[in-house]
Design a protein around this ligand. Structure first.
Ligand SMILES: NC(=O)C1=CN([C@@H]2O[C@H](COP(=O)(O)OP(=O)(O)OC[C@H]3O[C@@H](n4cnc5c(N)ncnc54)[C@H](O)[C@@H]3O)[C@@H](O)[C@H]2O)C=CC1
Ligand SMILES: N[C@@H](CC=O)C(=O)O
Length: 338
């Protein structure tokens, strides 16, 4: 399988590191070798090798923040037009207004018959139906496990294990950056200093307004409304409030009352109506979501037959999200072999 990558940031660097470690295992277990044949980043440069890019060299350049220059690929090469490419990994920034540039990259790739794996929430939240339909018509797979809870398996559990049950309600901590900031504030850190740390760790969005104003969690709620309830809720109909106006005094007052403030995203069936919401809430420490700390995410699912169950795990990070890309690529590889 030959891969083309668009966007060489935190996530794809994590993916490349995992791929390097797992390629021999892939050959032994699935008789498949995965090669990355083309990479393109608007700031970091481009590289092309139809026989497979030397990943050690690529990672070295990225780690040393060196510009990647390669005479064999022009700056305006469209990665999905590269003939050898079977699958595109798209990991540019998430935009919640149009979904671009990722939306256009994904559309082009699918219509050219390339599989797509993305961790980009914008195009999936905004254009879920269109992109999934296009993938079906083109007879290729579109996978986006990393868009919700990064590498923590979420969609597979919902789609496989809960397929015969009926999900009534979902509530969760869906933005690692906000949760990290709230956790640190309750330990006495300031909002700004906690935000700087999450940016340095690569958890925050390129524009962290999307995290702290609740837009990232809203995008994830929109994706879950499609996945879980088959409903196109639309971003505008999801009542959204972020953590940007939460003061240290509010965090401390909640703590004194035995509560933790958490940014909660929810989806609940109310008759024929599906209500979507994102807002900070003071949660009693007896509430499982209250004790989710740092960059960890969680989703509490209420179903007809099981009652309440919870998925929890990392919600952001280099290897954590890189793993979601690896697991999506692996899942496509397995489906192709069937
Ligand atoms: N960092 C994380 O933990 C997680 C990130 N995500 C999503 O995954 C995507 C990637 O995230 P990161 O790697 O953290 O972002 P990043 O900001 O580290 O990397 C994005 C890269 O895309 C490049 N880029 C931007 N526009 C481009 C264009 N038009 N053509 C080619 N390259 C372009 C940038 O130069 C940058 O190197 C985002 O959409 C993010 O929301 C999802 C889950 C977790
Ligand atoms: N910025 C996001 C990254 C994952 O989607 C977050 O903090 O959760």
């Amino acid at each position: 399988m030959n891969i083309g990558i668009i966007g060489l940031g935190t996530v794809t660097q994590g993916f490349i590191e995992i791929l390097q470690e797992k390629n021999i295992w892939l050959q032994e277990k699935y008789e498949q070798k995965i090669k990355i044949v083309v990479v393109k980043d608007i700031q970091k440069g481009n590289m092309y090798n139809p026989n497979g890019i030397d990943l050690n060299k690529l990672l070295e350049k990225l780690n040393n923040k060196e510009l990647i220059t390669d005479a064999s690929i022009s700056e305006d090469t469209d990665v999905s037009s590269v003939e050898e490419v079977d699958l595109i990994v798209e990991a540019t920034y998430s935009d919640y207004t149009t979904g671009d540039p990722a939306y256009t990259f994904i559309k082009k790739a699918l219509s050219r018959g390339k599989h797509v794996v993305t961790t980009n929430k914008g195009p999936i939240a905004l254009h879920f139906n269109e992109l999934n339909k296009l993938a079906k018509e083109s007879n290729v797979f579109l996978q986006y496990e990393g868009t919700v809870l990064s590498g923590t398996p979420t969609f597979s559990l919902i789609e496989e294990c809960l397929a015969g049950d009926e999900i009534l309600k979902i509530r969760g901590i869906l933005n690692g950056t906000s949760n990290y900031i709230l956790s640190k504030m309750s330990e006495g850190d300031s909002f700004d200093s906690a935000l700087r740390t999450v940016q340095d760790k690569g958890y925050a969005e390129a524009d962290p307004t999307n995290d702290v104003k609740g837009y990232d969690a809203r995008g994830k709620i929109a994706i879950l409304s499609h996945k879980v309830f088959g409903v196109d809720l639309g971003l505008d109909s999801i009542l959204t409030k972020g953590i940007d106006s939460i003061s240290i005094e509010e965090v401390n007052a909640a703590k004194k009352a035995g509560k933790n403030i958490r940014l909660v995203g929810s989806l609940e069936k109310k008759g024929d109506f599906l209500e979507g919401k994102v807002a900070p809430e003071p949660l009693s420490t007896t509430d499982a979501l209250s004790n989710i700390d740092g960059v960890t995410n969680a989703i509490e699912i209420t179903t007809k037959y099981l009652g309440k169950l919870m998925i929890t795990g990392p919600g952001a990070g280099k290897l954590e999200t890189g793993y979601s890309v690896f697991s999506d690529v692996l899942s496509i590889l397995k489906k192709e072999k069937l």
